[in-house]
Design a binder for this molecule. Structure first.
Ligand code: NAD
Ligand code: UDX
Length: 463
């Protein structure tokens, strides 16, 4: 079976970049990316390709190349479903904010809406691909919805979780560590797996395309994120012990990372992990384990989140303590608001929680982030509902220029590891700050010796 028309429902951080790469690498396939969000689709179609809604290094060039040729962005969801042989579901699966499983379980309402829409619209057989991250056994629910439409169309459901990381999405998609495809073990399932396999084989070496049963594939995605996040919480736990004992967490990470069984990646101590995936997926894993009565399994993974919350709170607490136990009316500058460098995404960014704590202490926060707007900063704080929007607006200002953001500040806190922060003229920043001038480096990117020579009181994580 040869795929010639793909539809992707959801034009977000996963759907947009993933489909752009498929379109670039498979010019023989027509790719339609559809979304209900008109503003987002308009931005994907913006004449100036630099205005696409997602910032990822290298992405705008790829969109430029394929858009209008075999890559299309639209709000016409029904038409795209109808035309496609293969439909990717790439909608958001946030943590539930209501009802049973509130604050833990994945909210599958958008997934179910997609399944019902596919069932309603389809007039020919389709392969439906779960690209979103889903609880194990979701394919069963999707199948039940699709198989009960009564219009005689055959559906095959595949699980094809996405492992890209934001900020490196293009690189991750062009040269993935692996592609995972889960499908039914029967003959129709194997044909569907082969069809998706052949799409990826246009650019991914075949030995990197792994096929499994559906449940293994669904669960592997949650497992991968849990393991990655666990490494960060593990090194962050050690960072606190380092601070008490005179050990240096960077040295410890280097020493253990040279053990080939441990490996050097994902051992960077930080103010805490953020992003839309780790917390949501671990909470979901905890919920699933609990729902099977596996309380020890649930508790084990929940500790990763507890440690991460502690790390964020410890960072803000340390700022208050170091600034003589009061930050009231003090200007504290945040360099960075995004949850990591090279992205404009701020979901679950540690910066939001650190700012929230400091605003509770009546601090005045000044933000500079090369890719995040003031509107976004305020929206992130308002979303927490700690205080009303007017109070947030009075407590936080954003700046276009980092030197202006730092001018007159009592302290500078590094919340995101943007490369440009390292290259700043730190003497100039120091000269314009209140004295003593404090730097709290939540990413361990600055040079302690140089900063201390200038006169800063410098504090990093874990040393
Ligand atoms: P996102 O919020 O950026 O995008 C989802 C899009 O789906 C939104 O634009 C929304 O308007 C659209 N949508 C929702 N319901 C719809 C419907 N019924 N019809 C049409 N459009 C609809 O989310 P994302 O970051 O791209 O994540 C999508 C999924 O991929 C999630 O399950 C996430 O866990 C997973 N994932 C994300 C990443 C990441 O780095 N962001 C990485 C791997 C996996
Ligand atoms: C993650 C997974 O890496 C990716 O495979 C999955 O598809 C989606 O979730 P993402 O959240 O985009 O990707 O970025 P990632 O690089 O994993 O970083 C997540 C958070 O952990 C960031 O806040 C980052 O700064 C932090 N981090 C990462 C650390 O604090 N230390 C590290 O060593 C690595």
């Amino acid at each position: 079976m040869k795929i010639t028309k793909i539809c992707c429902i959801g034009a977000g951080y996963v759907g947009g970049p993933t489909m752009a790469i498929i379109a670039q690498k498979c010019p023989q396939i027509q790719v339609a990316v559809v979304d209900l969000n008109e503003e987002r689709i308009a931005a994907w179609n913006d004449e100036d390709v630099n205005n696409i809604p997602i910032y990822e290094p290298g992405l705008s060039e790829i969109v430029q190349e394929a858009r209008g040729r075999n890559l299309f962005f639209s709000t016409e969801v029904d038409a795209a479903i109808d035309a496609a042989d293969m439909i990717f579901i790439s909608v958001n699966t946030p943590t539930k904010t209501y009802g049973k499983g509130k604050g833990m379980a994945a909210d599958l309402k958008y997934i179910e809406l997609c399944a019902r829409q596919i069932a309603r619209v389809s007039k020919s057989n389709k392969i439906v691909v779960e690209k979103s991250t889903l609880p194990v056994r979701t394919a069963e629910a999707i199948k039940s919805i699709l198989d009960n439409t009564g219009n005689g169309v055959q559906f095959q459901i595949l699980s094809n979780p996405e492992f890209l990381a934001e900020g490196t999405a293009v690189q991750d998609l062009l040269a993935p560590d692996r592609i995972l495809i889960g499908g039914d073990t029967n003959e129709e399932g194997q044909i569907a797996i082969k069809a998706l396999f052949d799409v990826y084989a246009n650019w991914v070496p075949q030995d990197k395309i792994l096929t499994t049963n559906v449940w293994s594939s669904e669960l592997s995605k949650l497992t991968a994120n849990a393991f990655l996040a666990q490494r960060i919480s593990s090194i962050n736990a050690m960072s606190e012990l380092c601070e008490k004992t005179g050990a240096d967490v960077n040295e410890v990470a280097r020493a253990i990372g040279m053990d080939s069984r441990i490996g050097p990646k994902f051992l960077k101590a930080s103010v805490g992990f953020g992003g839309s995936c780790f917390q949501k997926d671990i909470l979901n894993l905890v919920y699933i384990a609990k729902s099977y009565g596996l309380n020890e399994v649930a508790d084990y993974w929940e500790q990763v989140i507890i440690m991460n919350d502690h790390q964020k709170r410890r960072f803000s607490g340390n700022i208050v303590k170091t600034l003589y136990n009061t930050v009231s009316d003090k200007k504290i500058t945040f360099l960075g608001w995004a949850f990591k460098k090279d992205t404009n995404d701020t979901r679950e960014s540690a910066a939001i929680y650190v700012a929230d704590d400091l605003i509770n202490e009546n601090a005045k926060i000044a933000v500079y982030d090369p890719k995040v707007s003031h509107k976004k900063v305020l929206a992130d704080l308002d979303y927490l509902q700690t205080r009303d929007a007017d109070e947030n607006a009075e407590s936080v200002l954003s700046f276009e220029n980092p030197y202006e953001a730092c001018s007159g500040a009592h302290a500078v806190a590094i919340l995101t590891e943007w490369d440009e922060f390292v290259a700043y003229d730190w003497q100039k920043i120091y000269d314009a700050m209140q004295k003593p001038a404090f730097v709290f480096d939540g990413r361990n990117i600055l040079n302690a010796v140089e900063l201390e020579k200038i006169g800063f009181v410098y504090q990093a994580i874990g040393s």
